[in-house]
Design a protein around this ligand. Structure first.
Ligand code: CP3
Length: 341
């Protein structure tokens, strides 16, 4: 497959800058809302026919250069015995939170073929539907972000309970991170076996950590995951609000760093001595606002990327619900029409 997205991940200069959006299949899209109807995110994700349709429809509606499998970062945790519900406008809420070493010890071990066969079938179905037109991105939540939901029990801004568990039960913390690392590896390797052409690791909330805590409690797990994946599949590391950790993310070994709008995009190449591809980083609010502010924002990101190899245009975080799909189509057009040199 000739793909500007894969070329950019590899820092080969594609003809034009590729673009895709996190949460491109979501409630802002009328075709998604129609399928969602009364079904939950989890019900769609567990139905390969529907989840493949949702993923492909979104990519086609927008004209993006990649599709992403429709799933949720929480999904594989069911295999470990985590009980949760995804509540609309809130996020994942876990019933059996992790409070002690015993809770960590009682987690089951994970086998993708046994616990999430529907994700793998959805990958097969999505690849068939895409028919070689664009690559499919697989993904997983990263151990820290998953541990955050398991310990807090609900979305949290400060992750204070998580930090307290990490500092006060250091052995149990490392055991939990070890189990999650094994799960993420198995999950991503199964996705790759089923044909995803790139993988993204979502460590959405790890930006709450200081550089020294990141290096003591998290970085070894991220590195172990990336090292265990085959070389020929590009690996993307995503985190929001984490300008303080860019060099450390880079050292963990991804091919692409996905950064948000709080950092100037050119600074990422500078800080990593051009040794990485960069994905991002328009403020999702600008995609929702549209008009001149959005156009100026897109131009600014493209200008920041000029002269650097390996740019994948994206938003700094997921598409907001109030976004007009036409705004995203306009972004795709602008990015594709802009000359790289
Ligand atoms: O096109 C895609 O990217 C869709 C696939 C996808 C979903 N979740 C489906 C979903 C992906 C890549 C995710 C990742 C995910 N899920 C992350 C990492 C990315 C990030 O945003 O940082 C996180 C933290 C979650 C956990 C989660 N699931 C949250 C915070 C929410 C939002 C709750 C809400 O209603 O606002 C969800 C629900 C969810 N997962 C939606 C989608 C499309 C919302 C739409 C719906 O309810 O139908």
């Amino acid at each position: 497959m000739d793909s500007p997205f894969i070329d950019a991940c590899r820092r080969r200069d594609p003809e034009y800058t590729p673009v895709w959006f996190m949460r491109q299949a979501g409630r802002y899209l009328p075709s998604y809302r129609k399928i969602r109807g009364t079904k939950s995110v989890m019900e769609i994700a567990k139905n390969p026919e529907l989840s493949s349709k949702v993923a492909v429809d979104a990519a086609r509606a927008l004209g993006t250069d990649a599709a992403i499998i429709f799933a949720d970062i929480m999904l594989p945790l069911e295999g470990l015995g985590v009980k949760f519900t995804i509540i609309e406008n809130v996020g994942p809420v876990v019933r059996n939170t992790i409070r002690s070493r015993d809770d960590v010890d009682s987690l089951s071990s994970f086998d993708a073929e046994v616990h999430v066969p529907f994700v793998l079938e959805a990958i097969d179905a999505t690849i068939t539907k895409l028919d070689g037109s664009i690559p499919l991105i697989g993904f997983s939540g990263a151990p820290f972000t998953l541990a955050g939901y398991m310990i807090e029990g609900q979305p949290s801004r400060e992750l204070t309970k998580t930090k307290s568990f990490m500092y006060e039960n250091e052995k149990a913390w490392h055991s939990l991170m070890g189990k999650l690392t094994a799960m993420v590896r198995d999950y991503l390797i199964a996705q790759i076996r089923h044909g995803v052409q790139a993988v993204q690791l979502f460590d959405s909330w790890v930006g709450v950590l200081s550089p020294s805590d990141y290096s003591r409690y998290v970085s070894q797990y991220t590195r172990a995951i990336f090292e265990s994946l085959p070389q020929n599949v590009p690996k993307i590391h995503f985190c929001a609000d984490s300008g303080n950790l860019i060099e450390q993310f880079h050292a963990a070994g991804p091919d692409v760093l996905s950064v948000d709008w709080r950092v100037p995009i050119d600074a990422v190449w500078d800080r990593c001595r051009e040794g990485v591809a960069v994905q991002g980083n328009l403020d999702p609010s600008l995609a929702a606002v549209g008009g001149n502010a959005m156009v100026r924002g897109v131009r600014q990101v493209l200008k920041g990327a000029r002269g650097h190899r390996g740019h994948i245009f994206s938003l700094g975080h997921g598409v907001l619900r109030e976004t007009e799909p036409a705004n995203l189509r306009r972004i795709v057009k602008m990015v594709h029409q802009t000359r790289r040199s």
